[in-house]
Design a protein around this ligand. Structure first.
Ligand SMILES: [Cu+2]
Length: 178
């Protein structure tokens, strides 16, 4: 990549303006001097005209080839990691025990998605509690998933099942957010 797109567009404008000015100049000279162009000057006038037209086309192609501005592309790319949420997956005990597949989860601060798959015959959900929040995913039956999303600050949280009696019986764990 040679020149930045803005510079190429500016050059194109200048060349276009020069070409227009040249055409106007030729018309004025042609009107004021009946003999114009003289045999000696004819070749020079043609060469300058051809040069300006070629330069105009050349810069137009150069401008078109630039495509999207590099600045815009990198801005879009840098936005992605901040908007995408972290997905933490866990499951309920398939045999019907009141426990999750893990007692501990870790995440970086920011948007977090907790996804519980429930292979058990009991109804369960995934909930998260900590510094100022207590959120519940939907209570779901066998073969379904319960999801809860939250934007979490660094700290220690508890993930649990809010179906009565389940948390007390052991369906809970610690989510550490750094
Ligand atoms: Cu439960």
């Amino acid at each position: 990549v040679s020149a930045p797109p803005v510079a190429a567009e500016t050059v194109f404008v200048y060349v276009g303006a020069a070409l227009a000015a040249w055409a106007v100049l030729l018309a004025m000279i042609g009107l004021s001097r009946a003999a114009f162009p003289s045999k000696g000057g004819e070749r020079g006038v043609f060469a300058i005209s051809a040069l300006l037209v070629a330069a105009s086309i050349g810069t137009a192609i150069g401008t078109a080839k630039q495509g999207p501005h590099p600045g815009e592309k990198s801005a879009a790319a840098s936005q992605k990691p901040t908007t995408a949420s972290q997905k933490l997956s866990l499951s309920a005990d398939p045999g019907g025990q009141l426990r999750f597949s893990t007692k501990t989860l870790q995440a970086h601060h920011g948007p977090v998605e907790l996804v519980l798959s429930n292979p058990s015959q009991l109804q369960h959900n995934i909930s998260v509690q900590g510094t100022g929040i207590n959120l519940h995913g939907p209570t779901v039956g066998r073969g379904q998933t319960s999801t809860v999303t939250a934007t979490l600050k660094p700290g220690t949280y508890t993930f649990y099942c809010s179906v009565p009696g389940h948390r007390e019986a052991g369906m809970q764990g610690t989510l550490t957010v750094k």
